[in-house]
Design a protein around this ligand. Structure first.
Ligand SMILES: *[C@@H]1O[C@H](CO)[C@@H](O)[C@H](O)[C@H]1NC(C)=O
Ligand SMILES: *[C@@H]1O[C@H](CO)[C@@H](O)[C@H](O)[C@H]1NC(C)=O
Ligand SMILES: *[C@@H]1O[C@H](CO)[C@@H](O)[C@H](O)[C@H]1NC(C)=O
Ligand SMILES: *[C@@H]1O[C@H](CO)[C@@H](O)[C@H](O)[C@H]1NC(C)=O
Ligand SMILES: *[C@@H]1O[C@H](CO)[C@@H](O)[C@H](O)[C@H]1NC(C)=O
Ligand SMILES: *[C@@H]1O[C@H](CO)[C@@H](O)[C@H](O)[C@H]1NC(C)=O
Ligand SMILES: *[C@@H]1O[C@H](CO)[C@@H](O)[C@H](O)[C@H]1NC(C)=O
Ligand SMILES: *[C@@H]1O[C@H](CO)[C@@H](O)[C@H](O)[C@H]1NC(C)=O
Ligand SMILES: *[C@@H]1O[C@H](CO)[C@@H](O)[C@H](O)[C@H]1NC(C)=O
Length: 540
């Protein structure tokens, strides 16, 4: 029977009910209608299968009915039978089980004149499908529907069009139902009880709501799709069949899907249910619920089948993809952190890194620029030549000891390396053009002694050379150097690149100073190159 099919019209009966069932009787919801002269069965509300527990009374009377099956009215099981009912049987009936009284009631009606029904005792049936079905209601208690001969009539006229109607058991199918097929359909069945023939009749008010542009039946859900679901969680799979009949089953491997594992509580197939879709089309649906997903549920095809249209579709459960987002966020945060640290470290250890790189094998390329010297040392030379001024100690002793001896640089130091007799300007010009760096050592004017003029002369020359893009290293031996009468280019270099300042006593052990010095110096060409012109350099 379709879930929405039958409701007895109960208008005005609520008050009647309340009036009838007095004496604290428990009211049953059920009202029985019976046509005068037809059999009827009243059942006690409680399902007790032993008539010796139950006593039936009419109208609150004290006299119980007999259980003698000879009587027209007798009890059997938990029911009270009328063979047949007559008008005077109308009233309320109570069944008493121990100290509890249940109340049910019976309405005996007559058909309207010249008709086979009474409009106040109709069953309703609302249909949404083109292939409409009507069941003859409540006859299973009386006859075996598979054997009974049920005759149908519409508006009390026998059905004519045999193409359109098809009756099987208690069901009448109306093909291609249209609005005109609405109406009152009466089913009648005859049966024998102890040699006497009785008949039963029911009248159904058929309403048809077939949407105008009704589509062919189709299954909306599932759609051979994959559902992602976590292990251990619950999921509801819904099968939806539109414009079709209600025969929907959920299967796995051609068995009922809820037999997939032995327990009948973890996997549940719901009842078939009905509703209208958003497009106002009739839809039957049925759930397949998993209360707890287990490993074995994954990667199986659970089919929903519509046995009417023989259509089917599956849904497959799969483990959800791992959520990568937190991992990615963590990864990028770490990456940024690491990069910041690397940048910071690179800044702090820039000089060490550059020096290390130069000392490594990859960087050992012979610079083929044809120059003789790594640096030209420009400084205010003292006249005395005693090497007693700090400037002289630094330039003539410390610089060669460290840069030349220890790190294998070739220096041109004015006042040491020039050949006597040459014109100073020629020497300086030539030497600087043969050097890769120009180191300008600055001290206080005092320490530079009388040769201040010569130094300034050199500087002026350098000023011209700076346009040849020679790199300049400024070294301050003491604080407070006055740059005011230096060329603009020197002031510019001090501002742009800064100076390397010597701090403390004039001894060799000033690691930081020498590191800076080497950083600004070109990569060392190695010991071998100083003493031979060989281009091969194979210490790696
Ligand atoms: C009631 O009992 C009868 C026999 O006493 C049995 O045939 C019938 O199946 C039972 N019905 C129910 C609903 O238990
Ligand atoms: C019904 O209950 C009575 C009392 O308990 C018992 O004697 C009788 O056998 C039962 N009858 C059936 C059909 O179970
Ligand atoms: C109760 O029964 C009596 C007699 O059988 C009848 O006259 C009366 O109308 C009944 N009452 C109802 C409410 O059916
Ligand atoms: C019926 O009797 C039982 C005890 O035998 C009692 O517990 C129960 O409340 C009673 N029911 C009513 C409706 O009086
Ligand atoms: C139809 O049945 C009701 C009882 O439900 C009754 O009162 C009414 O008189 C009946 N109609 C006809 C025309 O007999
Ligand atoms: C059938 O009815 C006859 C008399 O009408 C009666 O003698 C017989 O016992 C009944 N049989 C049954 C099973 O009710
Ligand atoms: C499917 O069912 C058949 C027979 O019922 C059985 O032999 C087969 O093992 C089943 N397959 C699976 C995957 O359960
Ligand atoms: C299946 O799940 C749906 C949706 O959660 C729920 O409405 C329905 O009642 C469940 N059915 C069963 C039989 O558990
Ligand atoms: C349809 O669903 C409603 C509520 O979800 C439920 O009360 C009713 O029993 C269901 N009908 C059928 C035939 O399963």
């Amino acid at each position: 029977m379709h879930p929405f099919a039958f409701f007895v019209i109960l208008s005005g009966l609520a008050a009647y009910k309340a009036q009838l069932c007095k004496n604290d009787a428990v009211m049953c919801e059920e009202i029985q209608y019976v046509l005068d002269g037809e059999p009827v069965r009243l059942s006690c509300c409680v399902d007790i299968n032993n008539s010796s527990y139950i006593t039936w009374f009419k109208n609150g009377s004290q006299i119980p009915f007999a259980s003698d099956s000879q009587s027209r009215i007798h009890e059997n099981g938990n029911a009270l039978w009328f063979f047949p009912a007559s008008l005077e049987d109308a009233g309320y009936y109570t069944c008493v089980i121990k100290n509890v009284t249940y109340c049910t009631w019976l309405i005996v009606f007559e058909n309207e004149e010249n008709l086979c029904y009474n409009r106040s005792a109709l069953f309703t049936n609302e249909q949404y499908l083109k292939a409409t079905k009507i069941d003859c209601p409540f006859i299973q208690d009386y006859v075996d529907v598979t054997k009974a001969q049920i005759t149908w009539s519409k508006e009390c006229q026998p059905l004519q069009n045999e193409e359109k109607y098809f009756a099987l058991a208690e069901t009448l199918t109306i093909q291609n139902a249209v609005k005109q097929d609405e109406g009152l359909y009466t089913c009648a069945v005859k049966f024998e009880h102890n040699g006497t023939e009785y008949s039963l009749s029911r009248t159904v008010d058929l309403k048809i709501t077939v949407t105008a542009a009704s589509r062919l039946p189709f299954m909306r859900n599932p759609s051979n799709n994959i559902e992602k679901v976590e292990l251990g969680s619950a999921i509801s799979l819904k099968c939806e069949v539109i414009n079709s009949d209600d025969v929907i089953i959920w299967t796995y491997n051609d068995s009922w899907a809820d037999e997939v594992d032995g327990s009948d509580t973890r996997v549940i197939i719901g009842d078939i249910n009905f509703s209208m879709t958003e497009d106002n089309e009739p839809m039957f649906y049925r759930y397949l619920n998993f209360t707890e997903i287990k490993e074995e549920d994954y990667n199986k095809k659970f089919y929903c089948k519509n046995l009417n249209t023989m259509s089917k579709a599956y849904v497959m459960l799969q483990r959800p993809d791992p959520n990568l987002q937190p991992f990615l966020i963590a990864f990028f945060v770490t990456l940024i952190f690491v990069i910041i640290n690397i940048v910071l470290l690179a800044k702090i250890f820039k000089i060490d890194i550059v020096l290390w790189y130069r000392s490594s094998c990859f960087a050992r390329k012979h610079i083929k620029d044809g120059k003789l010297y790594d640096a030209y040392i420009m400084y205010p030379k003292s006249l005395s030549g005693t090497n007693s001024y700090p400037m002289d100690i630094f330039v003539l002793k410390l610089l060669p000891e460290v840069l030349e001896v220890k790190f294998s640089y070739r220096l041109f130091i004015f006042g040491r390396d020039e050949i006597p007799g040459e014109a100073m300007s020629d020497v300086v010009d030539e030497a600087i053009s043969q050097s890769r760096r120009l180191v300008i050592v600055l001290g206080s004017t005092q320490s530079s002694g009388d040769l201040k003029d010569e130094f300034e002369q050199q500087i002026a020359m350098y000023d011209a050379l700076i346009r040849n893009k020679i790199k300049v290293i400024l070294v301050e031996l003491e604080k407070g150097i006055d740059y005011s009468n230096m060329p603009e280019s020197v002031q510019y270099i001090k501002q742009k690149q800064g100076v390397i300042r010597w701090k403390g006593e004039l001894t060799e052990a000033n690691k930081k100073f020498w590191k800076h010095m080497r950083y600004y110096m070109p990569p060392t060409q190695g010991k071998n190159l100083q003493h031979s012109d060989s281009n091969t350099f194979n210490t790696c």
